[in-house]
Design a protein around this ligand. Structure first.
Ligand SMILES: CC(C)(COP(=O)(O)OP(=O)(O)OC[C@H]1O[C@@H](n2cnc3c(N)ncnc32)[C@H](O)[C@@H]1OP(=O)(O)O)[C@@H](O)C(=O)NCCC(=O)NCCS
Length: 296
């Protein structure tokens, strides 16, 4: 199928134009029912974003695919990586090769930048396999809680709706050490904030002794640890003591190598697959999970 761009204009790196940003917000709202304009409350979209889009004569965004920088820690090595997101084509423009064109542009741009790894989350893996992406099966790490530790330091609940709390969260996201040496985002601010805003079940607390923010969910019996953004990584027993929680079961949503606790990797059921492309993906032969706070 040849590319058909009649009536459309291609634009790249267009977030500087507020009308184009709004047109992308509308495309994602109409396609996925999500409102990424929430990011305007947190200082706007990721400044490393490189969007590729087609716009019609009325400024409607007909198609988009974006890359953004997301350095990863993988097996103890800092890897220059990109995430790919916001892939959508309006129904009336589908089947014209627009998405293939945008994918080629985005992947080509990342190759030119010397990025070693590309990551994306999708419910349509077949779409990306021709471009060298393969599925990384995700596992969460489950088991009984560690031996109780003595409470040390204070835990203060945070709300990103509170400007002071938001400033603390943003500062620590910028200063964070990766939550795992095996597989973790090394630095990325916007998705953590957006995911906190989207899911009201996510709780955040600041542990003063560790200068770290813990993101978790919990119910009567289980504790789901989603991420830790901080200058140091507390042990799991220190986290539970600081939060004054005694769950019967723990689920950790990232490799727990820095938590002084071991869980059993269990396949993580999800409607979307984590996919990776590039040399750095080939050494990923251990169970991994991409923190839900970094999901995009
Ligand atoms: C998926 C979507 C982006 C495709 O857009 P499109 O402009 O119609 O795609 P194109 O015409 O450029 O087709 C590109 C290729 O993808 C293939 N393709 C299209 N839809 C596909 C699907 N759902 N699953 C697998 N492959 C698909 C096409 O056959 C074509 O293959 P080819 O290059 O070998 O000819 C569009 O249908 C859409 O926006 N869907 C809803 C949102 C969505 O699912 N986005 C992707 C999120 S990860």
């Amino acid at each position: 199928m040849p590319l058909d761009t009649r009536g459309l204009t291609f634009r790249q790196n267009y977030f500087g134009n507020p009308a184009d940003w709004s047109a992308l917000v509308a495309l994602l709202q109409d396609t996925f029912g999500i409102d990424v304009a929430l990011q305007d409350r947190f200082g706007g979209p990721d400044p490393t974003s490189m969007p590729f889009g087609y716009f019609d004569e009325n400024g409607v965004c007909a198609a988009n695919f974006s890359a953004f920088s997301m350095p990863m820690m993988i097996d103890g090595r800092l890897v220059k990586a990109a995430g790919f997101q916001s892939g959508a084509v309006r129904p009336e423009w589908r089947g014209r090769g627009l998405y293939r064109d945008l994918m080629n542009r985005a992947f080509g741009w990342c190759d030119e930048q010397g990025l070693e790894l590309g990551l994306l989350l999708t419910d349509k893996p077949a779409l990306y396999e021709p471009y060298g992406f393969r599925i990384l099966p995700q596992h969460r790490f489950s088991g009984p809680p560690p031996v109780e530790a003595k409470p040390a330091g204070l835990a203060r609940r945070l709300s990103i709706g509170n400007p002071d709390d938001l400033a603390s969260v943003m500062r620590l996201l910028r200063e964070r050490t990766p939550v795992s040496s095996i597989f973790a985002v090394a630095s990325q601010v916007e998705m953590f904030l957006l995911n906190s805003g989207f899911d009201t079940d996510i709780r955040l607390a600041y542990l003063d002794q560790f200068e770290a923010i813990v993101a978790w969910k919990s119910d009567e019996t289980s504790f789901q640890l989603l991420d830790i953004a901080g200058k140091s990584i507390p042990s799991l027993s220190a986290i539970l003591a600081a939060l004054d929680l005694r769950p019967g079961r723990i689920d950790v949503c990232f490799p727990p190598d820095r938590l002084d606790w071991q869980g059993t990797p269990e396949p993580f059921p999800s409607y979307s697959s984590l996919m990776a492309r590039g040399e750095a993906a080939n050494c990923l032969d251990r169970p991994v999970m991409f923190s839900p706070m970094a999901e995009f």
